[in-house]
Design a protein around this ligand. Structure first.
Ligand code: SF4
Ligand code: SF4
Length: 336
């Protein structure tokens, strides 16, 4: 079998924390208030950034979870990047941390003094279910006052969200009442929602499902996504997340060399034989059978299998990290 080897990093981010005050229904990393409040340490920041530098990463951003829930921690990350001569392209935020203009100015000014040039500010009805929009608008205003560039993600939703009371959170039910029953479905086509994490449940609800045999047939017998480094992440625990396959991991120190298939059996099977190969593997080794006959996406089945391995088969593995990713989810696993 061909060994998966990640030897060059194109563009990616540091995940500083998985803790988040929100619990967006589309969140790729399944972040929520239920995660521990762990934040990336200076040591892990150095090691992750050194790896990115050594592997010629062209563009680095910082995300979470919500990086600004620990402004001092984020400041340390920016200082370390600065000391290493690395430019941070942007920091992501959901703006939930905004309390008042005075404190927001103080936080953003000190971050800007240490290298924050652009803030990617999340703007979507999914976020608005958890965060009143006045906070988002206030952070944008503060950035503009301080000369920090704003990357609104995505600005197309701005007028639709702003039409509702900005001091309150608004459920998707309210959006549907205002913009039509198809609104939730339409968001999925207007927004970049990756098929992973909690979004899988959304996609399963709104997209047509296909029999397992069709899913396997259409998956081309491999998962080249695992080798894609155009939007990778390395987290606060030193896990490299291949592609956008949240819940799968390569230890940072195992990058830049072919992965040993005995150390990484799941990734090796997925890389070489795709979802069909993983299904055969877990059938043979763990007596697994899919809980449903049809799925919206190959990654939905992949995630169901991984939830099964962690929660039913008792597998502990550095490939299935962070393990808290598997501590939630609606996947109905009926087999033992
Ligand atoms: S999408 Fe962003 S704001 Fe929403 S739960 Fe995930 S990390 Fe938090
Ligand atoms: S099936 Fe699994 S390994 Fe393949 S792209 Fe989807 S999440 Fe990644």
């Amino acid at each position: 079998m061909q060994k998966l080897a990640v030897t060059f990093l194109m563009s990616g981010g540091l995940i500083t924390n998985y803790y988040c005050v929100s619990r967006c229904r589309h969140c790729l990393y399944r972040c929520s208030p239920q995660w521990p409040k762990d934040y990336i340490s200076p040591e892990v920041t150095c090691s992750n950034l050194e790896t990115m530098k050594k592997m010629q990463c062209q563009s680095i951003h910082i995300g979470g979870g919500e990086p600004l829930l620990n402004p001092e921690g984020l400041l340390r990350v920016l200082e370390i990047a600065n000391d290493m001569g690395l430019h941070i392209e942007y920091v992501e935020t959901n703006s939930a941390w905004f309390k008042n203009y005075e404190s927001a100015r103080a936080i953003l000014r000190s971050l800007a003094d240490n290298g924050l040039s652009t803030l990617l500010i999340s703007i979507s009805p999914f976020h608005n279910e958890h965060i009143p929009f006045y906070k988002v608008k206030s952070v944008i205003k503060t950035c503009r006052e301080l000369g920090i560039a704003v990357f609104p993600w995505i600005s197309a939703f701005f007028p639709e969200i702003d039409a509702l009371d900005d001091r309150k959170k608004h459920s998707l039910e309210e959006y549907k009442a205002l913009y039509g029953v198809d609104y939730e479905n339409s968001i999925l086509h207007r927004y970049w929602v990756s098929a992973g994490g909690r979004a899988l449940e959304l996609l399963a609800e709104h997209y047509p499902s296909h029999p397992v045999a069709t899913i396997i047939e259409h998956s081309n017998g491999c998962c080249p996504e695992l080798a894609n480094t155009s939007h990778f992440h390395i987290d606060l625990y030193g896990n490299y997340i291949p592609g956008l396959c949240a819940g799968l991991a390569i230890r940072r120190e195992d990058l830049d060399a072919p992965l040993d298939e005995t150390e990484y059996p799941l990734l090796t099977v997925l890389y070489n034989h795709g979802i069909g190969g993983l299904l055969d593997y877990v059938r043979d080794h763990y007596n697994y059978t899919p809980a449903k006959t049809a799925y919206a996406h190959k990654c939905e089945l992949c995630a169901e299998i991984r939830f099964f391995l962690v929660n039913k088969a008792g597998v502990t593995s550095h490939e299935l990290q962070p393990v808290r990713h598997y501590g939630e989810g609606k996947f109905e696993i009926t087999n033992k």
